[in-house]
Design a binder for this molecule. Structure first.
Ligand code: GLA
Ligand code: ZN
Length: 658
């Protein structure tokens, strides 16, 4: 297990470094991440490199038993590059060229920026390839943002040429007959600039795919250099969890050796533990293997504003939750709060003054518990027989056509995840291309963009005995984002045994009462955001609308198909209805929590050749009692436990069982 902090030696006098390293060692740290914004320090002028300070910092850390992850510094371009090459600046949706300052202000298509990036990455790789204390790389920092510059437009046109081959094929696929948008040269294809309004949905979706591909491509440029010059050091990038909407993270992760991400649970508002669980599961799911948290909140967040401070116990609790969901590394952001710069209010573990206080003591205490666990958890997988299918294509399509302000792809995903999470049914997040055999239950929220290949995989899964849940807005468009020529849910209609007769967009935020039926007769609740009025084509009713002109019509159905079942949810179920549905699904598929625990106690299980590790996390403000039954070895404290155990508020236990 790696445990440490993001460290910026360049922000502090060198005389202080040894004291920092000593305090880190005492907190049980064994890793720091450094250098990801230090380009000008490392290359003050083109081709002139200065790594001495970083060599010293790495060596000093190593003397204290602390290894280093190095970031390539390309997220924050030096002024000397951007001044000489203004064409490398990112252009915003409204056509404005980003002025210098801040960060993430470069265009990932820019040829000249790529050349500069290659040079610094190659210099770092050459310099550090053989340093045994550099254990991994982080590329850039939190890729994101979209660029609308001339280079990106040319890149998009080339990307389209490769995708469609001929203009005729593209025109046909996009329906450019509409409003006379027929393109007669690739150079005519625009970007979906803000000033254009009402874009062709095919163009809009493809631009989003292109931009996502462009970041993956820019990342690959750096990966290729590192793989060649520093082949023994694994490569990562710090992603932004489930929440970040603009990159296809499955694609971005495919080229990495391992995924890391940045977790700030108390940034603008109170922490939502179920959303945190989803974020961790998503990051694990990208490569279906353990990940790191490369930045975990270590103090109050803030830029212009200053947010609430983490409550006592929260910082270690969030870190344990990450480990419970498959993290093999926890790195706190940041070691010490900067005394200057745009983030002088984004606090680290130490405050500006650098004197240890409560947050340091909490982190140190966790370090002691982690030392007791040792490397037992490393590489173990997180148990769970439920899959949720995450489609970035569908998410991108809704960004162009959100339908109404209440129908939100991430929101419905988070709601359904929450109902699974509340029951502590382990969940794997998978892409639409994933193999589904082996899952007991698959939930695919608003799988809007679909082709026959995806549909076929879902049908096979159900035919072979799986239980699949789909929702409103499923199978609506083809891969070009044109609407299918069939009754919805299109390619899945036969399997679902229903068709959508008509739909009602609940655009003003009104809700529709729902009344359980059949096997869900006991259930009640409401539908939000959208209401499909369903015609039965063989399915049985699980809930009906209980209001509006479609009162009495089916809202949720289940259909037997082959050896399995397909559930169609024609609305966004509120927590009552989603809870009842998930309860019924858990019961009828036989998926269950590793152990029964009171509400608010999260349970996960990590499994390896070493054994089964049961995580119990009391996310409530009250003491909770959990009955372990036979029990086992509690690893954070190093004691045998069995029967009923008490968990203090924000208390965590890791029990190794046979
Ligand atoms: C992100 C970045 C960090 C830092 C923190 C705090 O996660 O990766 O560089 O800016 O946020 O704002
Ligand atoms: Zn650009």
């Amino acid at each position: 297990m790696y445990y440490g902090a993001d460290y910026y030696p360049e922000h502090w006098p060198e005389e202080r470094w040894a004291q920092d390293a000593q305090m880190m060692r005492e907190a049980g740290f064994n890793v720091v991440r450094m250098a990801e914004f230090a380009w000008t320090r490392m290359e003050p002028r083109e081709g002139e490199f200065n790594f001495g300070w970083l060599d010293d910092a790495i060596a000093l850390m190593a003397e204290h038993g602390i290894e280093s992850v190095l970031g390539t510094p390309t997220a924050a371009p030096p002024a000397w590059i951007m001044d000489a090459y203004p064409e490398a600046a990112l252009v915003t949706e409204d056509g404005r060229v980003m002025t210098y300052g801040s960060r993430r202000n470069y265009c990932p298509s820019s040829g000249v920026y790529r050349v500069h990036s290659q040079r610094i990455v190659a210099a770092m790789a050459e310099h550090y390839a053989d340093n045994p204390h550099v254990i991994a790389w982080q590329i850039d920092n939190e890729f994101g943002g979209r660029c609308y510059c001339a280079d990106c437009q040319a890149g998009f046109q080339q990307w389209l040429r490769e995708r469609y081959g001929t203009l005729d094929a593209m025109n046909a696929a996009w329906g450019t007959e509409f409003w006379s948008h027929i393109y007669t040269a690739w150079e005519q294809v625009p970007l979906p600039w803000e000033a254009t309004r009402l874009h062709n949905p095919s163009l809009a979706l493809n631009y989003r795919r292109f931009m996502s591909d462009t970041y993956a491509d820019y990342q690959r440029l750096q990966i290729e250099i590192l793989r060649e010059l520093a082949p023994d050091q694994p490569i990562s990038h710090n992603l932004m969890g489930f929440g970040y909407p603009n990159l296809d993270y499955f694609d971005l992760a495919a080229d990495l050796d391992f995924v890391t991400w940045d977790n700030y649970p108390r940034f603008m508002g109170t922490p939502n533990l179920s959303n945190r669980g989803l974020a961790h599961d998503t990051m694990r799911g990208l490569k279906n293997k353990p990940f790191w948290v490369m930045e975990q909140q270590g103090g109050p967040t803030g830029n212009a504003v200053v947010n609430a401070t983490p409550r006592p116990g929260e910082i270690p609790f969030w870190a344990w939750q990450a480990i419970a969901h498959g993290a093999d590394g926890i790195v706190f952001f940041r070691w010490r709060t900067a005394r200057f710069g745009a983030e002088e209010y984004w606090h680290g573990i130490l405050d500006h003054h650098g004197i240890p206080s409560r947050r340091y003591r909490e982190v140190k205490e966790m370090g002691e518990a982690l030392e007791r666990i040792g490397d037992k958890l490393d590489g173990s997988r997180v148990a769970g027989d439920v899959a949720m299918l995450l489609s970035y294509d569908s998410r991108f399509a809704f960004q162009n056509q959100p339908h109404n302000p209440h129908l939100d792809y991430p929101d419905i995903f988070q709601r359904l995840y929450r109902s699974v999470w509340e029951r502590n049914l382990g969940t794997q997040i998978v892409s639409p291309e994933a193999e589904l055999d082996g899952f007991e239950l698959v939930i695919a929220p608003m799988l809007y963009v679909m082709d026959e290949e995806i549909a076929q995989r879902l049908r096979d899964y159900v035919r072979n005995g799986g239980t699949l849940v789909v929702t409103c807005r499923t199978g609506v468009t083809d891969m070009d984002n044109g609407i299918v020529d069939a009754k919805l849910p299109g390619l899945l209609a036969e399997m679902c045994g229903v068709t959508v007769e008509e739909y009602d967009s609940l655009d003003d935020g009104r809700t529709v009462a729902l009344k359980g039926a059949g096997e869900l007769a006991h259930a009640g609740g409401a539908g939000l955001a959208w209401a499909d009025v369903l015609a039965l084509e063989g399915a049985e009713v699980l809930a009906r609308y209980d209001a509006d002109y479609y009162a009495g019509e089916p809202a949720i159905t289940v259909n037997r198909y082959g050896a399995g079942r397909a559930v169609y949810v024609g609305t966004v179920p509120d927590s009552d209805m989603a809870g009842a549905l998930l309860g019924w699904l858990a019961e009828t598929t036989g998926v269950e929590s590793a152990i029964q625990a009171p509400a608010g106690v999260e349970v996960t299980e990590r499994v390896s050749d070493e054994g089964r590790f049961l995580f119990l996390l009391n996310g409530t403000a009250q003491e909770q009692v959990v009955d372990l039954g036979e029990g086992g070895e509690e690893r954070t404290r190093g004691e045998s436990v069995s029967g009923e155990i008490k968990l203090e508020p924000l208390g965590v236990r890791v029990v190794q069982r046979a």
